[in-house]
Design a protein around this ligand. Structure first.
Ligand code: SF4
Ligand code: SF4
Length: 403
């Protein structure tokens, strides 16, 4: 595990424990810290210990500079933005290390940097195929185990806390938001598609998901070992990197269209095209957590015309007209809760009345997104076994390597 990955991981876990502590969940905080310490003791690696100390120092710095935010107090939005920026910054740094690793390797300086395995999280097809190999053949892939771990982790987050991954963690979603804000500065106003067009556009992401699912399902189990040992899978991350670093004309047009789409409408990529968002949207129906409006406390029941929650919702859900928000577009972002003037009127809760604050959802998501990869790392199912020598052999033929 690289130093950036380790610092992010420990910072995420310590911050979760800290949030649980300050929200009164002392047992949850103790369990998270204890689990982290056990993991450190089990790994017995000094770089991990150093990363944990750096993470603790960064958390202390946050307490010093922004005590209210560090304790998860105040409204929901600043906490979500902190978590979302932290997750995205971590991915950007990891991406830079990935590029630096390959640059050094190709210039004869291999061994100075290690490849951050978490980048395999951007290989959902490989992850799906690996999970299929585990389930059907008991075959655990060694080339990109992190792809299976990250896919499983993100999908599990959908079952537990809806599309909170999209609203709180996804770097692409945050990048799209910045692009949208930039466009709004240059060209004001919004040109939203009418409802009759919006619905079929939203279905596009499910078609993409279906296509990806078909690739995984249609591959016969008997051919999985051959695929996982093949050159394409060994170097799948570099193939994906090449798609963005040196795109074909068609790929460049597709990327440009996606960027234009993200700039045109808030969360347009998440809403219309992201297959991860589609998968999480489907799984979110299983989540016991929903945004629920208590009509007795809502200002509308007192004869006032309030729609602040709906106007705050980036997914354009008519929150003020529903009791339970079941929409597959809801990202549990809590913007509606933050906008509501009546604290008892709106919240994220289960059917039986257990309410989860923004602090709770941040802690739950961070524990999931960092706890499971840490467990996988300790169990030896994280680090890629594709050596630098094999990479050096395959990289010059990258464009010729196919399935
Ligand atoms: S309904 Fe609320 S939590 Fe869901 S996406 Fe809209 S603002 Fe976010
Ligand atoms: S913002 Fe609050 S009070 Fe206003 S409609 Fe929504 S739930 Fe009701």
């Amino acid at each position: 595990m690289t130093f950036i990955e380790s610092v992010s991981l420990f910072l995420g876990l310590l911050f979760s424990a800290n949030l649980l502590y300050f929200s009164g969940q002392k047992w949850g905080a103790t369990a998270t810290v204890a689990g982290t310490l056990v993991a450190l003791a089990a790994a017995t690696l000094w770089p991990l210990l150093l990363a944990a100390l750096v993470a603790a120092a960064l958390l202390a710095l946050l307490h010093w500079r922004q005590p209210q935010l560090a304790q998860g107090q105040g409204r929901e939005n600043p906490l979500r933005e902190l978590v979302h920026h932290f997750m995205s910054l971590s991915m950007v740094l990891v991406g830079l290390q990935y590029v630096a690793y390959h640059t050094l390797l190709l210039n004869g300086y291999g061994g100075y940097l290690i490849r951050p395995d978490v980048v395999d999280g951007f290989l959902p097809i490989a992850g799906g195929i690996e999970i299929k190999a585990i389930l059907t053949l008991g075959l655990w892939d060694g080339a990109h185990p992190a792809a299976a771990v990250m896919l499983f982790t993100v999908l599990l987050s959908g079952v537990l806390c809806k599309r909170a991954f999209c609203g709180w963690a996804c770097p692409l979603g945050l990048g799209g938001t910045y692009l949208y804000r930039l466009r709004k500065k240059v060209i004001r106003g919004d040109a939203l598609p009418p409802a009759w067009l919006d619905w079929p556009l939203r279905m596009l992401k499910y078609l993409l998901l279906l296509g990806l699912g078909y690739i995984m399902v249609s591959m016969p189990s008997a051919s999985l070992p051959h695929y996982l040992e093949g050159n394409y899978h060994q170097i799948a991350d570099a193939k994906m990197g090449m798609f963005f670093a040196s795109p074909s004309v068609i790929a460049a047009i597709v990327i440009a269209l996606i960027l234009a789409l993200a700039a045109w409408q808030q969360q347009a990529f998440c809403r219309y095209l992201c297959p991860y968002g589609a998968g999480l949207g489907l799984l979110s129906f299983l989540s016991p957590l929903k945004i629920r409006r208590n009509d007795n406390h809502c200002l509308n029941s007192k004869g006032m015309n309030c729609d602040k929650c709906s106007r705050a919702c980036p997914a354009r859900i008519e929150v003020h007209q529903q009791i339970n928000i079941r929409s597959d577009e809801c990202q549990a972002c809590m913007r509606c809760v933050s906008a509501c003037p009546k604290s008892a009127a709106l919240g994220l809760s289960t059917r039986w009345g257990w309410r989860l604050s923004a602090t709770g959802i941040a802690a739950l998501l961070l524990i999931l997104l960092f706890g499971l990869p840490l467990l996988a790392y300790l169990l030896g199912f994280w680090h890629s076994d594709v050596t630098d020598a094999v990479r050096l052999q395959l990289l010059p033929y990258l464009s010729q390597i196919g399935h």
